[in-house]
Write a protein that binds this ligand. Structure first.
Ligand code: BGC
Length: 779
């Protein structure tokens, strides 16, 4: 795989610290990137790391998961069954802004004379702090300290504490606390040049419905023009000071402000606490949301800022107990910092997903329009299943809630069963480029793969019977209908006209990954329904009735799985990515200048499709997810063949390649790839962190440690470890939760220790050796 050079930011940008991302100097050249790096959120509500004063800003960002506008996709040349409705997550009312003036001089970071500056993302506490000492032109020394939190415990709530103190003289302060509903949604994609970014909307996407101010409390309520989603944002303020002050307020349709005028005494602080509450709905009227917002505000104001801080700490302590990874690789604390940073951002993207999925960028940016892809099920779910199973369950239930739409979509594309959308917010297919969108039928199997892992690791059979089984029936139906028995006289089940994960190869016959995952989907459907017949016969009967399931269908799925054709080239001893892949010309990597990557921004898709050139793990992905289906030698030959063809133009490859490299004893390469994956966001390896965090890649880094360094394999619920002794890996330690019990794996230089931390007993395997973990007895 072609690795890009990892250029770490200069030391003062994010100096080493195990638990914090620190910036010691205001760095305008990192403004956009920092807005992503310092973003905070809880999976429902997310703020980009914009500075409190509102400017300078690259991309203002306040996002609510799933809160979107929809629009008719206009095709130059349309065709039957094309996706009809675009969906784009909106940038909602910005409540973060607090402007500051000292003796009428505005505080503006780029020009301010800063005597000290520090910005800290405290990943242990779940808070963003900034501490500045500014000297005004007239020599007044102004201390500005702020803390920003998006509450994990209360998903609708965020708060900012903003404290100003003039150290050496009295001064007149103005603090203007603002609220603004943005009219410039999706304005970051000039000329739609980058397909990964959001389209722009007309300024009138938000219809103002409520604007109200009472004392220091303000509400703005809006309805979205076409999706009809409703939003209410309310803020309230509490002042703590010994200084004299007064305030005035203003409220308009799309903006509001409370302006504080303060006679600041020398050395006496003025602290403004801004409580921000968001409520959204697909159906409730704005006025009703404002009522809810008011009630939430009253309770948080009564509880106070410290209560939010303490609640956040409680939540974070619990999170790190369940999820932390300690890893010393190359005696380098940087990888440790990056790993925690990645886990922290996954938390921020997922903690409070209730009734939604996880966007490709979480809530850190507009890129990929807030859409849910296979990223969630394949890259993020393993981490969640093993550390926060209830969140994993919510995500699977969300997919279940989209099943009817998936049934409808299958009909639209002339198929039986259900077809989940390649990218979506509402459950409707939102991909306007079917070749790399709808054609990725593998999404069905990816979701079912995650379901299986969830059920096996948690033991939650109830979920399988209540929700999973129905999804399995409909997805299996799709595969059975999509594939066919080949006409070459052999009893081979083929699947034609699909796109696998590698988006540099489209619409092919028998993509190996898709066929293997479809087979897995069919098998799991058969097994689960047999289990259900035994364990929940009444439930099975009702389900069969509701879904009109015929007994011969199950036989048909069993047969299709048995005869599934998996392309294999005897001569080369490898699995071709698809039927035609090996016949293509190999891309001229040698003569492709580095500035032509990612290829997708520099070559027409038709050019790319003509060559053996890979955007992301495809056969290698199959070797990871279904590793037990390949021999070690096959894995090696496949890896050797595909690694040099892989551009790494997608951030989704490095983690998976590193896991295979470890298995194949390519240890140096593996460590290089682990580093590459771990540093993806903090070192901006792909050059687009400014557009949002790579949540799937972040999930991948957890997998590089657990499946890679510790060699965990969990197929069929049998959990085994096979850690490699690596010269540069000093220590790796992490907890896992399995069937409600938590144990820790601790890999040292010459030993591995497994200890049960919660629960009564659990069987795991070290290689082939059975280990019965029990309380008080580490192995
Ligand atoms: C990748 C997809 C991925 C999407 C969102 C694309 O570049 O090719 O596999 O789902 O990004 O992360």
């Amino acid at each position: 795989m072609i690795s890009r050079e990892i250029k770490l930011p200069p030391k003062h940008i994010y100096p080493l610290d195990d638990w914090k991302i620190i910036q010691k100097k205001f760095a305008p050249q990192y403004l956009a990137q920092d807005e992503t790096v310092f973003a905070i959120g809880n999976g429902y509500l997310g703020f980009r790391g914009n500075h409190e004063e509102g400017t300078p800003v690259e991309q203002r960002g306040t996002f609510i998961n799933g809160f979107h506008e929809q629009w008719p996709i206009r095709y130059g040349e349309s065709a039957y069954g094309f996706a009809k409705t675009g969906q784009t997550m909106l940038n909602v009312t910005d409540s973060k802004v607090i402007r500051l003036y000292v003796d009428d001089e505005p505080f503006y970071l780029p020009t301010a004379d800063l005597k000290s500056y520090e910005r800290v993302l405290d990943m242990k506490a779940g808070a963003l702090h900034r501490d500045i000492l500014w000297q005004t032109a007239s020599g007044k020394r102004v201390s500005i300290k702020s803390t920003r939190i998006v509450s994990m415990e209360r998903r609708h709530v965020a708060a900012i504490s903003y404290e100003v103190k003039v150290l050496n003289a009295p001064a007149k302060l103005i603090l203007s606390s603002k609220l603004r509903c943005p009219s410039d949604n999706g304005n970051n994609n000039e000329g739609n040049k980058d397909p990964r970014k959001s389209p722009a909307f007309e300024p009138d996407v938000f219809i103002p419905k409520v604007n109200e101010v009472k004392d220091q409390r303000v509400f703005l309520g809006h309805e979205v023009r076409t999706s009809k989603m409703t939003l209410s944002c309310g803020v309230d303020h509490v002042i703590e000071t010994e200084n004299n002050y007064s305030f005035e307020s203003e409220c308009h349709e799309d903006s509001a402000k409370i302006v504080y005028s303060v006679k600041a005494e020398k050395g006496v602080a003025f602290r403004l606490i801004k409580y921000m509450v968001y409520h959204t709905s697909r159906s409730a009227p704005v006025i009703e949301l404002c009522g809810r917002t008011g009630r939430t505000l009253t309770s948080v104001v009564n509880e106070g800022f410290d209560y939010i801080v303490k609640g956040q700490q409680r939540f974070m302590d619990d999170f790190w107990t369940r999820s932390d990874i300690e890893a010393t690789i190359h005696k380098d604390r940087r990888t440790q910092q990056c790993l925690r940073f990645n886990l922290f951002h996954i938390l921020q993207a997922s903690a409070r997903v209730e009734g939604t999925g996880i966007g490709a960028k979480g809530l850190t940016g507009e890129a990929y329009e807030g859409h849910y892809f296979w990223d969630t099920e394949v890259y993020v779910m393993p981490f969640l299943i093993y550390t926060a199973p209830s969140v994993a369950r919510n995500l699977l239930r969300f997919r279940y809630s989209l099943l009817d739409k998936a049934r409808k979509r299958a009909k639209e594309v002339n198929q039986k069963g259900a077809l989940f959308p390649w990218r979506t917010i509402t459950g409707d297919e939102a991909s306007a480029y079917y070749a790399a969108g709808t054609a990725q039928y593998h999404i069905n199997a990816d979701i079912m793969y995650a379901l299986r892992k969830y059920v096996e690791v948690t033991g939650d059979e109830e979920f399988l019977f209540d929700y999973g089984a129905e999804m399995l029936i409909e997805t299996a139906r799709l595969w059975a209908d999509l594939g066919f028995y080949s006409l070459n006289g052999k009893e081979e089940f083929h699947i034609h006209g699909v796109t696998g994960p590698d988006e540099y190869t489209a619409i092919v016959n028998n993509n190996a990954f898709t066929n293997m995952m479809a087979r897995e989907n069919l098998r799991y459907a058969v097994e689960s329904l047999e289990l259900m017949q035994k364990k929940r016969p009444e439930g099975f009967k009702a389900l069969a009735h509701d879904t009109d399931l015929q007994p011969e269908e199950i036989d048909e799925w069993r047969k299709a799985a048995k005869h599934m054709y998996i392309p294999y080239d005897e001569e080369a001893g490898i699995h071709p990515q698809d039927d035609g892949f090996l016949k293509k010309e190999i891309w001229d990597f040698e003569n492709t200048p580095t500035d032509k990557y990612p290829l997708l921004l520099n070559y027409h898709p038709l050019v790319i499709y003509r060559f053996q050139v890979i955007k992301q793990a495809d056969v290698v992905m199959a070797m990871f997810l279904l590793g037990h289906e390949f021999s070690w030698e096959q894995k090696k030959r496949n890896y050797d063949y595909y690694d040099p063809l892989t551009t790494g133009d997608s951030s989704l490859s490095a983690s998976v390649y590193s896991i295979l490299a470890l298995e194949l004893d390519y240890l140096d390469r593996a460590l290089e790839l682990i580093r590459y994956a771990a540093w993806m966001d903090l070192a901006d390896v792909g050059g687009n962190v400014k557009d949002g965090a790579h949540i799937a890649s972040m999930g991948g880094t957890w997998m590089t440690v657990v499946y890679g360094l510790a060699g965990m394999r969990d197929y069929g619920g049998r959990i085994s470890f096979n850690p490699k002794s690596l010269p540069h890996v000093e220590e790796v330690r992490f907890p896992l939760t399995v069937r409600g019990q938590m144990f820790e794996v601790n890999i040292g230089k010459d030993s591995v220790k497994y200890s049960l931390k919660k629960g009564d007993g659990l069987t795991i395997y070290h290689g082939d050796r059975e280990i019965k973990l029990s309380k008080d007895k580490p192995h």
